[in-house]
Design a protein around this ligand. Structure first.
Ligand SMILES: CC(C)(COP(=O)(O)OP(=O)(O)OC[C@H]1O[C@@H](n2cnc3c(N)ncnc32)[C@H](O)[C@@H]1OP(=O)(O)O)[C@@H](O)C(=O)NCCC(=O)NCCS
Length: 169
């Protein structure tokens, strides 16, 4: 079985990252910060911005030796400074191999130990049952649904909110 790892993104990954991300079946499930089409320049800008972050909390997902997707903890500030929002995606050719489930496990470990987070939250569209499943598998609790709480591609979407508390406390 191939090992899933968090990969420190380099600018040299930009073309492959863009090729993997450039699919509307991914972007239709993400926030609008994830562009569609996803160009080389989008990938380069994203990687330059986040690979310079210290500590780095945004990674590529590596499966064996292949780069197959992206995952990140986006830190919040002010009174929410111990909370981060989780985002992730996997290239279509690699769906259904347990990759997101494992990558989430790895980044939660990092978030709760190295980054000293108390809570990780995730927002998922009501129709995105796969994403809800991988969160539940990783011990997230569903807090509830804000009906029509998101607006994507000209349509309202139910915003399902998940959270996980630091299990080490
Ligand atoms: C969501 C996503 C990251 C999942 O990645 P993945 O690597 O294919 O996920 P995994 O293989 O780890 O797990 C998929 C799980 O969903 C389950 N699943 C498949 N279809 C399902 C369905 N219709 N309803 C519920 N669960 C389903 C699979 O059985 C598997 O669970 P199991 O391991 O317990 O059998 C991927 O589909 C993706 O990139 N989607 C587009 C972007 C996205 O939705 N990002 C998340 C935004 S919140």
């Amino acid at each position: 079985m191939k090992v899933v790892k968090l990969h420190n993104l380099q600018v040299s990954d930009a073309q492959l990252f863009a090729d993997l991300a450039n699919d509307s079946r991914i972007s239709q499930n993400t926030s609008d910060r994830f562009p569609q089409p996803y160009t080389f320049s989008d990938a380069e800008t994203f990687i330059k911005r986040f690979s310079l972050q210290n500590p780095c909390s945004v990674f590529g997902i590596q499966y064996g030796t292949d780069l197959v997707g992206g995952i990140g903890l986006h830190f919040r500030d002010d009174i929410y400074c111990k909370t981060a929002e989780l985002g992730y995606w996997v290239g279509l050719d690699f769906w259904g191999k347990g990759i997101a489930s494992e990558a989430i496990r790895l980044i939660l470990d990092l978030g709760f130990s190295k980054f000293d987070l108390q809570v990780v939250v995730a927002h998922v569209f009501g129709r995105n049952m796969v994403s809800q499943h991988v969160l539940k598998k990783n011990g997230f609790t569903c807090l509830g649904t804000i009906p029509n709480g998101a607006f994507k591609l000209g349509k309202y979407e139910d915003d399902v909110i998940f959270f996980k508390e630091n299990p080490n406390r």
